[in-house]
Write a protein that binds this ligand. Structure first.
Ligand code: SF4
Ligand code: SF4
Length: 234
């Protein structure tokens, strides 16, 4: 009879023992999260989706060159002459417009080399780790490029043309003035040379030489006098 009750107690005891972990969690605070409504805090420095602050990008292509899988594609262009693009937040002067800046995060390794290479710190890794999408090609290529405002660009091009034309006109005017000055200088030099005593002497000498020649010419051109024939003997 005692053995019978001992076995019943042992049955209960083992069940209670087996449920020990269950009892522990039954009374402790829950650690599960109702994802996606609730999310874990991601630690600083974690490597999630890339992000770019395009206003701070100087279009140097250092990130694209550093990328081992070529998942960054950048196109840059020069702004119209005279248009100031301003500076980045760290004070670097911007010289190029970056109309196309695409990152294909479907092939990104999350190595962080692009982040290390960026001189202005405008490309960085965020804590965003959710990439679920229906279209990999469309949704996993991030576009950050920013072109100039068409109106601003058109106005800048117009202004640049005006500046160019004004410069051309100024150059032409300067060339004309230089030509005039050169001609005047040449004329003055020629006049000085003509008026110099040496030139006078040369002139005189030339005049004298030409006079002698004239005399010779005159002499040679004169008809020799006819010799009278002797009277015939009668
Ligand atoms: S994290 Fe690495 S693989 Fe991804 S874009 Fe940057 S350099 Fe390329
Ligand atoms: S390295 Fe930085 S500044 Fe240079 S192109 Fe890439 S994101 Fe822009």
């Amino acid at each position: 009879m005692g053995a019978y009750f001992r076995k019943i107690w042992f049955g209960f005891y083992t069940v209670l023992l087996g449920l020990r972990v269950t009892w522990k969690y039954l009374v402790s605070k829950p650690i599960t999260l109702q994802y996606p409504d609730e999310k874990w805090d991601i630690p600083d420095g974690s490597r999630g989706k890339l992000d770019t602050e395009i206003d701070d990008c100087i279009g140097c292509l250092a990130c694209a060159r550093a990328c081992p899988v070529d998942c960054i594609a950048i196109e840059t262009k020069k702004p119209p002459k005279g248009l100031d693009l301003g500076k980045t937040s760290d004070g670097t002067k911007k010289k190029l417009v970056v109309p196309h800046f695409d990152i294909d995060i479907s092939i990104c390794l999350y190595c962080g080399l692009c982040v290390e290479a960026c001189p202005t710190g405008c490309i960085r890794m965020t804590k965003d780790y959710e990439y679920s999408t229906y279209d990999r090609k469309k949704d996993l290529v991030l576009h950050f490029g920013k072109d100039l405002d068409p109106e601003v660009e058109a106005a800048a091009i117009k202004k640049a043309k005006e500046i160019e034309e004004a410069e051309k006109a100024e150059k032409a005017e300067a060339a004309k003035k230089a030509e005039k000055a050169e001609t005047a200088k040449e004329a003055e030099t020629a006049k000085k040379v003509q008026e110099s005593p040496k030139a006078e002497a040369v002139k005189k000498a030339q005049g004298a030489a030409s006079g002698g020649d004239d005399a010779k010419k005159t002499a040679s051109s004169e008809v020799p006098p006819k010799r009278e024939s002797p009277p015939e003997d009668s």
